[in-house]
Design a protein around this ligand. Sequence first.
Ligand code: SOE
Length: 391
Amino acid sequence: MPAPDGSLGVAAIGYAFMGKAHSGAWRNVGAYFDVPPVHRRLLVGRDAEAVGRAAARYGWDETATDWRSVLERDDVDIVDILTPGHLHAEIAIAALEAGKHVVVEKPLANTLAEAEAMAAAAAAAEARGQHAIVNFNYRRVPAIALAKELIDEGRIGAIRHVRASYLQDWLADPSSPMSWRLRKEQAGSGALGDLGAHIVDLVLHLTGDRIESLNGGMRTFVTRRPAGESGDGALGGSGGGGPLEEVTVDDAAWASAHLWGGGVAQLEVSRFAGGRKNGLRLELYGEHGSIAFDLERLNELEYFDARGDAGRQGFTRILVTESGHPWVNAWWPDGHIIGWEHSFTHQFAQLLGDIRDGRPSTPSFAEGLAVQRVLDAIERSAAHDGAATAP
Ligand code: SOE
């Protein structure tokens, strides 16, 4: 339970790449946002030495090697789950049942059945006043939040086309080593769950619509890779050197979808898109205008007003760094840009404010489940491959 001063204790389970990102956000959120203070109580990982090093570096009070120990601690209010997906459901449900607020990294779970169980546990916990969110952090990029405001204000009208892609290239080298991200039993899926979860969430969130049906596909380009995990915080690398191991997830996935509101969406994700390091792009075309976003230029939003004077129209590049823009006034004076890691801080600021004020939190587990249903549909569609041949 929160201390008399309203401060909250956090335990994070997982300390690698996402542990680093979340640690920074938990550290900064109270310094930049007007939210209850946060104590970084415990960092949890199975390797005592490695988790000890991470805790010292990122500023956590203590460490533990068994996640169950955090459930008994009265000074832990929020459990932040950063493990590979196969552990999400077990830990999240146990933490909710122990009365904790829960943050879980995306995708919500590895399977639809796990996601359904988690959403049910979250609904019961929310009725008891707890909060549970899935960290679709890109909703908290100011430019994306501004896109949502413009769409909700009707600036682009009914949406006809959505194009969403998330392209990376860290697996393009066939000698790049195996990792948990390439094992279905740990990760659930490959680019589909890791990257597709983000863009599916953004399409549902921005349009406020749902997907009625889709045709999807998945492809694994390199089916065996050398053993030898990449280092802390790294994704790919080259020359794993060890014996070859089977890759059991997709390297790329895609779908063409019909939205209930009448629009259509194209979705594409890949870890083989040479030169695209973290290329999440969104384009939304509506009856009155269009919006475009590129994560590699995340302080900018492009907006086209189709109702402007003919001959004077064109995409306007909005630099989303003014104090009136979402979350921006907490940081720097107008025009001073922010980065990828700020989206995590914004998400936690949102959550802490919700806990203090008793407001429901988003992205909820129910929203995570909606994303999982789409990922599951893409997998099912890919498995029965309804493609027509083009001889
Ligand atoms: C790796 O593909 C990854 O770190 C994802 O797991 C994150 O969710 C994304 O934000 C950046 O890329």
